[in-house]
Design a protein around this ligand. Structure first.
Ligand code: SPD
Length: 277
């Protein structure tokens, strides 16, 4: 048996599976979990790969430690989306963190991941974590000058998720951030989402001074060549705390200080896509 994700009828990914172990239609999306032959459990939302137990560390380490090691003393972090808890797990590796909030619109994603992805969701019970099951826009609207880092760990820009890739959302994020804060968002693959990458980085550049895209080789996302984009009025990701990066990397399987620097080096065709000022 194979799980297959089609990429716009251009290509597809096939994963050999042993069995489907969960399927439900939540008010927001179809949630499925498969036991795969090689990658552990696989979570899909509306048929798209969100994570597998085996490779999720790459994406979660890169969407968290790159901005966290750039910030001087990160204390308050918000994750919008990310109901699997992988980003929260990585954030809590930083001793300075006092509060980590997960704003996930679909409580069922969290509950399913707590059951089938215990290693990914393990830290959601930590006392520094607050779970908010509500719409990211409504949640952000209540905050001003509060978070050091806001991470948008969304699914792909299809359906309601599209709004998380637009300027109105980035303006709300900026209001909720401290003036020296950083936002990061998963920003898709240059092979399959060139237009989204271009429009979202342009929209971020309308709102923030610095916009920087970096690379994470996420094995099971379309093309395996994945990007994350950060925006800030104060920080550039090139100026990070090497010592803290080295310390946290002792607990990581992908991230380290050399990788932090290297991830910021973009191929020319990607530079062209995200060139915005
Ligand atoms: N094409 C998959 C993009 C998914 C990005 N977010 C995944 C959630 C993992 N925490």
């Amino acid at each position: 048996m194979w799980f297959v994700e089609n990429y716009d009828d251009k290509a597809s990914l096939g994963l050999k599976i042993k069995q489907k172990i969960h399927e439900e239609q939540s008010p927001f999306q179809k949630i499925e979990v498969y036991e795969t032959q090689f990658f552990g459990n696989l979570l899909t939302l509306d048929g798209l790969v969100m994570l597998t137990e085996k490779d999720e560390f790459i994406y979660h380490e890169m969407i968290t430690h790159v901005p966290l090691c750039t910030l001087k003393n990160p204390e308050r972090v918000l994750v919008v989306g990310g109901g699997d808890g992988g980003a929260i797990r990585e954030i809590l590796k930083h001793n300075s963190i006092k509060e980590a909030v997960l704003c996930e619109i679909d409580e069922r994603v969290v509950r399913v991941c707590q059951k089938y992805f215990p290693g990914t969701s393990a830290m959601l019970e930590d006392e520094r974590v607050t779970l908010a099951f509500e719409d990211g826009f409504k949640f952000l609207d209540k905050y001003e000058n509060y978070f050091d880092l806001i991470i948008t760990d969304s699914s792909d820009p299809v359906g309601p998720g599209v709004a998380l890739f637009k300027e109105d959302y980035y303006r709300l994020v900026k209001k909720a951030l401290k003036p020296e804060g950083i936002m990061v968002s998963q920003s898709e693959s240059p092979w399959y989402y060139e237009d989204t990458m271009n429009s979202m980085t342009s929209a971020m550049a309308e709102v923030f001074e610095h916009v920087e895209t970096y690379i994470a080789m996420v094995t099971l996302y379309p093309s395996g060549f994945w990007t994350i984009t950060a925006a800030s009025d104060k920080h550039t990701l090139h100026d990070f705390d090497h010592q803290r990066a080295l310390e946290v990397s002792q607990t990581c399987k992908y991230y380290n200080p050399e990788l932090h620097k290297g991830a910021l080096a973009l191929p020319n065709f990607v530079k062209k896509i995200v060139k915005n000022k």
